[in-house]
Design a protein around this ligand. Structure first.
Ligand code: ZN
Length: 259
């Protein structure tokens, strides 16, 4: 039986080795993957992802600056924002943007303020262009991001691989934000709990590839086909049929990204 269709709501296609990327693209039909949202690390990465999208209509590009790295120069930021403005009609979203939670864990002396200011510029841009925004923001950084989104009345927000406290989760649900879960929903209790608490109408599935996973996915290249396992697990947690979860995830993602 043919599996129902999937969309990978968050993948870094440009970060795969060329052979791996080719293999994934060749196998999309085999795994019934209809589309991929390919998010970017910086300007060069944004250009790369848009070039992929122009060659293969199943790829939808998002342009942004990943927060888990050194801050860009003022010129780099201006160039990236100008690039987004020039190409907004061909971009599915702004992302990946957010705050550097893991970088700060390894270097607590880091100053967060310039990262918040940079994120605010992307949020303002997403409002101006009416584009969805893809956020990397977990634990105590998530309420800071919610403050910014509320300040600018941005509701088309997707927190990818979200982790956070109950209060923030409730706030995000009230605001209608979306969250996506990676294949670690199979073995991470924290993610399973998020799926339990979050409305099915606001959930998506993703891989965040080429990031690699553990447990049953140990030693395997991250592939969008892995999301079939995520769907199985979400259906089990939610007490729904797999068919209903496939349908809902597909609807949520295509509706949110307008694809
Ligand atoms: Zn990512």
């Amino acid at each position: 039986m043919c599996k129902p269709f999937l969309i990978d709501a968050h993948i870094h296609l440009d970060l795969y080795e060329m052979e791996e990327r080719e293999k994934i693209l060749q196998e999309l039909d085999l795994y019934s993957v209809e589309a991929l949202i390919s998010v970017s690390f910086h300007l060069q990465s944004s250009k790369q992802n848009l070039a992929f999208a122009n060659r293969d209509r199943r790829i939808k590009a998002a342009a942004g600056f990943h927060p888990e790295q050194e801050l860009p120069s003022v010129r780099e930021v201006d160039e990236l924002l100008a690039y987004i403005q020039r190409n907004h009609e061909d971009l599915a979203a702004i992302g990946e943007v957010g705050l550097p939670y893991y970088k700060m864990k390894s270097d607590p002396s880091m100053v967060l303020t310039p990262y918040i200011e940079l994120l605010e510029r992307f949020i303002i841009e997403s409002k101006l262009l009416d584009k969805p925004i893809i956020l990397h923001g977990v634990y105590e950084h998530a309420p800071i991001i919610c403050d910014l989104l509320e300040k600018h009345s941005v509701s088309k927000a997707h927190f990818h691989w979200f982790k956070g406290d109950k209060e923030t989760i409730e706030r995000m649900i009230r605001n209608g934000y979306y969250v996506s879960v990676t294949p670690d929903v199979l073995y991470e209790e924290e993610i399973q709990q998020l799926v339990r608490n979050y409305p099915i109408e606001r959930l998506m599935v993703e891989t965040d590839g080429p990031w690699r996973f553990g447990d049953v996915f140990q030693e395997r290249m991250t592939h969008p086909g892995m999301m079939h396992r995520s769907i199985e697990k979400i259906a089990e947690i939610k007490g729904m049929s797999e068919a209903a979860v496939y349908k809902q995830m597909f609807w949520n993602t295509s509706e949110f990204y307008g694809i």
